[in-house]
Design a protein around this ligand. Structure first.
Ligand code: PDD
Length: 285
């Protein structure tokens, strides 16, 4: 847990870091967020994450709480104050505090900004990647703008818990056409039996993951064939390999989907090589 949090202009001890009960994030999920990996004390791909935050804010017409340069300083300072070497930094912006009303609050309502940072166990993450994870599938039931990284995550929460209840680690959403959209908190990928690396186009139906964007470059640098196209659950069952990407997990091999082993039932060479190479391509600040 973050020991120190930035809350609307102040760095506070966790127990003093409070938000107003009338905050629109709390009452209406009227806010957006970002999660960046921290590795060796550096924030990974921060400009891309802050760029996506700006986009999410713009799509929802929420004012930026501070200038981009100031936000970068706040992230760095929050990481430093929490002494995070390996972990994550979390940024949340909401439309601010106002009397509960669905329509926008008065123009002069200040957006709320919270930043936290916490350590993650790098070695445990590596062990998990060496084992691979199990995925279940659930029907896609989210709204049509999941390209916006909004804090309204109830379908994702329920999907993740369904995975946990079935002894799995992640849930993949599957649309009415039988195509995999993405994971509850990650993007979904497969490697075909003839070694093509496939992930779905980043339209409004998935979050355009920063890890996904960087990894496309890694795939190309490794001279693998990349195909950006929808893939079905049936195709995933028969894939040579599968994996998920997210800032907190980088490339995480998937070894079971709905209790069916994928490939040989252990992490495949393509996923392992992409994982090993990722940070050479990511930006560190
Ligand atoms: N989740 N899709 C969804 C629905 C996500 O929640 C995430 C990330 C991703 C991957 O995006 P990125 O590569 O930029 O992390 C895709 C973060 C880590 C979270 O909510 O904790």
């Amino acid at each position: 847990m973050s020991r120190i949090a930035y809350v609307n202009g102040r760095y506070l001890l966790r127990r003093d870091a409070l938000v107003d009960i009338e905050d629109r994030g709390y009452q209406l999920a009227d806010g957006v967020y970002e999660v960046c990996e921290v590795r060796g004390g550096a924030i990974i791909d921060q400009p891309r994450h802050l760029g996506r935050l700006q986009r999410s804010l713009g799509e929802l017409r929420i004012r930026a709480p501070v200038a981009p340069g100031a936000l970068a300083i706040i992230l760095r300072e929050t990481v430093r104050r929490n002494r995070v070497r390996n972990g994550i930094v979390y940024v949340q912006v909401t439309r601010g505090v106002a009397r509960r009303d669905f329509s926008f609050p008065p123009r002069d309502t200040a957006p709320s900004l919270v930043v936290t940072a916490r350590s993650l166990d790098l070695a445990a993450n590596e062990r998990r990647a060496a084992r691979g994870i199990a995925v279940i599938t659930v029907p896609e039931c989210r709204w049509a703008r999941v390209d916006i990284k909004s804090v309204a995550l109830l379908p994702n929460v329920l999907a993740k818990q369904a995975a946990r209840d079935r002894g799995a680690d992640e849930a993949w959403f599957v649309d009415r056409e039988g195509r995999v959209t993405e994971g509850a908190s990650s993007n979904a990928w497969i490697v075909t039996p003839d070694r093509k690396v496939v992930t779905r186009p980043a339209d409004n139906g998935i979050l355009r993951g920063i890890t996904r964007t960087v990894l496309i470059g890694v795939v190309e640098a490794q001279n693998l064939v990349f195909e950006e196209r929808p893939f079905t659950l049936e195709e995933a069952y028969g894939a040579g390999e599968a994996f998920v990407t997210a800032a907190s997990q980088i490339v995480m091999p998937v070894v079971r989907i709905d209790d069916r082993p994928i490939g040989g039932g252990s992490p495949g060479p393509v996923a392992r090589a992409l994982r090993a190479d990722f940070h050479r391509h990511a930006q560190r600040t």
